[in-house]
Ligand binder design. Sequence first.
Ligand SMILES: Nc1ncnc2c1ncn2[C@@H]1O[C@H](COP(=O)(O)OP(=O)(O)OP(=O)(O)O)[C@@H](O)[C@H]1O
Ligand SMILES: [Mg+2]
Length: 238
Amino acid sequence: MNFDRLSAPDAAPNENVVAIRNLVKVHAAGSATQVRALAGISLDIARGAHVAVVGESGSGKTTLMHLLGALDRPTSGSVVVDGVDIGRASRAELKALRAARIGFVFQGFNLIASLDALENVMLPARYARVPADRARERARRLLADVGLADRMHHRPAQLSGGQQQRVAIARALVNEPALVLADEPTGELDRRSSETVLGLLEGIQRADGHTLVVVTHSEAVWKRAQRVIRIADGMLVA
Ligand SMILES: Nc1ncnc2c1ncn2[C@@H]1O[C@H](COP(=O)(O)OP(=O)(O)OP(=O)(O)O)[C@@H](O)[C@H]1O
Ligand SMILES: [Mg+2]
């Protein structure tokens, strides 16, 4: 047992890593393309949980993930992630939260085209001021874990969709973040690669204190979660 962790303030077993109250998000407010993507959601996510978010296309899943990932701010209501109020925190606070505490697997991967796989995976570690040697070592290990040991120096355009997705997953895990947010992480993957990637994500989650939130259309994926959150038209469905 690691006694250091017992006294750490963020190791309280019952603490919620996410607290959402009456969350509303209106995209493009005031314009002709205005959309009320989230229409009043309240939700807590316990630290260490493995949660799946499901719902039809356009129901608001990615919008919710961007708010949890401190990439966007609420229109009204509140989102508190790891003690940080996303609507009120300064840009610098949001940036620090993203760099140190959150790993994000984007629905569209969002890899940097001019960097190779290894450099893409290293990037969040460098943002978090991990020395280059250590960042490179971690990145190599993660790329090997997702089966890309022989693709370290390929740029995204030189990789298949599924390979890019695995680079994006390695990148999200490089800082061993407290909260891993994955938006359709297996959408481009065959069954074997899906298993590998889910195993990696769950490995991080099972380690003390790590929380995993996965958006998915796949029954094979959401069945592995401890809790399934269903969204329809920007609202939670019981
Ligand atoms: N920047 C934007 N401006 C205007 N409307 C937006 C914007 N982003 C998303 N929307 C709209 O908000 C709604 C929710 O979108 P969101 O991307 O959250 O859906 P989703 O559940 O992730 O769908 P999918 O399963 O297709 O990824 C959709 O109707 C979408 O058209
Ligand atoms: Mg989406």
